[in-house]
Ligand binder design. Sequence first.
Ligand code: GUN
Ligand code: ZN
Length: 430
Amino acid sequence: MRGALVWLQDDPFFSDPAEALRHISDGAIVCRDGLIEAVGEAAEVLGALNEPVQVEHYPGCLICPGFIDTHVHYVQTGIIGAYGDQLLDWLLDYAFPAELAFADPAYARAQAELFCDELLRNGTTTALVFCSVHEHSVDALFEAASRRNMRIAAGKVLMDRHAPEGLTDTAQTGYDQSKALIDRWHGKGRNLYAITPRFAATSTPEQLQAAGALWAERPGVLVQTHIAENKAEIAWTAELFPDRRDYFDVYAHHGLAGPGAVFAHGVHLSEPELHACHSAGSGLSHCPSSNLFLGSGAMHVFDVKDAERPVEVGLGTDVGAGTSLSMLRTLGDAYKVSQIAGRPLDAVRGLYLATLGGARAMGLADRIGSFAPGMEADFVVLDPEATPILKARNARSGSPAETLFVLMTLGDDRAVKGTWVAGRLCKTSV
Ligand code: GUN
Ligand code: ZN
């Protein structure tokens, strides 16, 4: 493929953003067998080819690494935009009823197809996904993702208390089912398993212990959960786990912190918790759309990303509390949240969160999130003139960073001209 290439080769929170961003105005990427074989200036890369190739040319577009959504619930797509509640009531009133419907395997399969298609329509090629408590909800998602050859990490939710009867498992059945799913799916094709305790409040200490023990037995898999999203949730968690120092310690104590664990939200994490997160090598998923929608608070991303104790952060849509599967729209929300938090998020750092930062948070940066020979060939092609207002605004853009910022502010699925998964075009805008 040929066009303007834009990607991050470094963390722009800890280096000069202008140097962290690579931009090649007339670039080319050669894909073979799902991987990037060569990337660079079009004249050089195409000139070095000694066999005929089919070149897909995208003049006027930006070609970026495929977006990485580090936190999303595919089982909540049906309740996006549910009115009126904050987190704990929203779970009871909307999220749990939505997930109960996944008891029906046929419904789960249909939702999984819709979800994967929507990810691709939005330029998202990798996601870290919560399924429901039902084992078959995970099968449905991995089957849909496999058909599209997407790199998806997902897991069955573990809940053995404070949830409706139809949505609970036990410490033992949750362990057994998760283990069976790992052995069925992890590393099969591009699928990865994530052990998924919903959050501390819906698991007994026994269930968290069992989840931690499973991770120790299957160390290559990921862990995902929620942390410090909402003040009432944090107070409740402190009541439920009075012996633990803080929220992060609840997970760490049960063997659920370490590289490959991704904690969603972290809006209200304390400085000692951020230190502990750094020491553990765990990542956070910043979910600004959800935090606004549920009134959870404004994450201070520049404070979280402190060079003294760096924590890796990716971006998450957190659908269904988040209101869009578009990572561009979510970046627009990240900007607004950052303004409330006191320091504006620029487009280069934003793109980092949506690509390489997410890959690093998930421990996948050797495979996805940037462009280099040997990396997996997942791309999103962004059209800065996709709508009349984008076109008019972009006419005034003076740099690739400004064009990216315009896309973050005005863009959505309409700006995604093409999505490439493992070297193949999966989505076109027409
Ligand atoms: N905390 C525990 N479960 C959930 C969930 O489904 N969504 C969000 N946003 N937060 C949670
Ligand atoms: Zn969530």
